[in-house]
Design a binder for this molecule. Structure first.
Ligand code: NI
Length: 443
């Protein structure tokens, strides 16, 4: 399939731009050939027609679009990247709100999790993916149980995903091995999929002890996969770890060699200055989840400080039980505003920095060739209508994306060169069926 988006405005990332001025809005045509962006060029540039495009549907040497999307008053952005979530938990949305953390976990989440059937997880994940795609997110990094159902939902919907089975050894070695076996089965089942990758995902040091973490590290190294782990989410977790071994969770992770491998760390809310130094010294990406951290009363991650130290920071929503949405436009808006407010500094985190976190940094964290609109990148992008009151006038479209957009502007979403959202609806998903199933599960 080849697609031409004609005459849109495009959010362009400039690699060598000075800090905080990464993006510009430019009027370009965007040509997609097969799974990749072929060309981003001046409208009506002859070079587009002259650029070779060989794809299954276009064996000719020159680009000839099968589909032309009118870009008038539209904006093309890289698909947003949700770098930490638990999609199947979407069924728990709005079930436990405005209650203390223990009540949220023990009364609101765990009883439902215990009686959840695998099919429930499939429809929960599907509902989550619908929300992601329709608000411009083209990739998610998931951790939890029911890995097969989440994987199948991702494949059925056409979204890109990194999937990890939450691994603990609270029931001993056999539980850990069973969970690792589930990961192996999924990796083998989907080995040819262009949309799926996998992580080894020990849940956290308080559910997966040193022996368990070492097994996970060996497995990640053997398979060449990233690790994905929750670290330093709450003050309680940090205090408990100090009590047990005299170190913060991040210092502990470094001490056992976890950061010798590529790692995706969710949260780092309680990261201290020494922790930030450790994170910056290793191949570690931190995923900040501002809504979840506030909802559960955990505070604000030191995001401006981590960025300043050179840590790659991406953004996630966490699960819908602790958010309650999966909308990265809302998350970007919150991220910037809470750091301006909590630092009493109006320049603590800019719109430019926030957009980079949700695109370029997310792709780096997950090891993907996505996150920007540039020739040679995988074609993961969203087309937004600018004919929306919240997007007018065009004083500063980049500010508009971070501070005024709400995701309802998304008309078309393309993942790996394939259209998966058209006119605001997921065309590979039976949306009515998802609403029906979600309403009738967990009863
Ligand atoms: Ni989480």
């Amino acid at each position: 399939m080849s697609i031409l988006i004609k005459n849109p405005k495009v959010l362009i990332y400039n690699d060598d731009a000075p800090r905080g001025r990464y993006f510009t809005i430019e009027e370009k045509d965007v040509a997609i050939c097969g799974d990749s962006i072929l060309y981003v060029g001046e409208p009506d540039d002859d070079d587009i027609a002259g650029t070779p495009c060989i794809s299954p549907s276009n064996q000719a040497a020159a680009f000839k679009p099968d589909i032309v999307i009118d870009g008038t008053n539209r904006l093309v952005i890289p698909g947003l990247i949700n770098a930490h979530t638990h999609n199947y938990m979407t069924l728990f949305r709005n079930l436990a709100d405005d209650v203390p953390f223990a009540q949220w976990l023990f009364d609101g989440v765990m009883p439902h999790e215990d009686r959840m059937l695998p099919e429930d997880a499939y429809w929960g994940a599907m509902l989550g993916i619908m929300e992601l795609l329709r608000s411009g997110t083209t990739c998610f990094n998931d951790m939890h149980m029911h890995i097969h159902q989440t994987t199948k939902a991702a494949v059925d919907s056409g979204i890109r995903a990194l999937i990890g089975r939450g691994i603990s050894n609270t029931e001993g070695r056999s539980g850990l091995e069973r969970r690792l076996r589930e990961v192996s089965e999924e990796i083998e089942r989907w080995s040819g999929s262009p949309l799926l990758s996998f992580t080894i995902a020990p849940h956290a040091p308080y559910t997966c002890d040193k022996e368990g973490l070492r097994v996970c590290m060996a497995e990640a190294e053997r398979r060449g996969l990233r690790l994905h782990i929750h670290l330093s989410e709450s003050r309680q977790e940090t205090a408990d770890m100090r009590g047990r071994c005299g170190m913060t969770p991040i210092a502990y992770a470094e001490s056992i060699g976890l950061f010798d491998l590529p790692v995706i760390v969710a949260h780092a809310v309680q990261a201290e200055p020494d922790d930030i130094r450790i994170l910056a010294e290793h191949d570690v990406s931190v995923v900040t989840n501002p809504a979840s951290n506030m909802k559960l009363g955990n505070g604000f991650a030191p995001v401006p400080e981590m960025l300043m130290a050179g840590v790659n920071v991406a953004i996630g929503t966490d699960g819908a039980a602790s958010n309650n949405g999966l909308n990265l436009f809302r998350e970007m808006n919150l991220l910037s505003l809470i750091h301006k407010g909590s630092h009493e500094n109006a320049v603590a985190l800019s719109a430019q920095e926030t957009l980079k976190i949700a695109t370029v940094n997310g792709a780096k964290a997950l090891g993907l060739n996505t996150g920007r609109i540039a020739a040679g990148c995988k074609a993961d992008l969203a087309v937004l209508s600018l004919d929306r009151p919240q997007m007018r006038p065009f004083n500063n479209i980049i500010s508009g994306l971070a501070y005024a957009a709400n995701g309802s502007e998304v008309e078309t979403v393309i993942v790996n060169g394939e259209i998966v959202v058209k006119d605001g609806h997921c065309i590979k998903i039976d949306e009515e069926r998802v609403y029906f199933e979600a309403a009738n599960r967990l009863r």
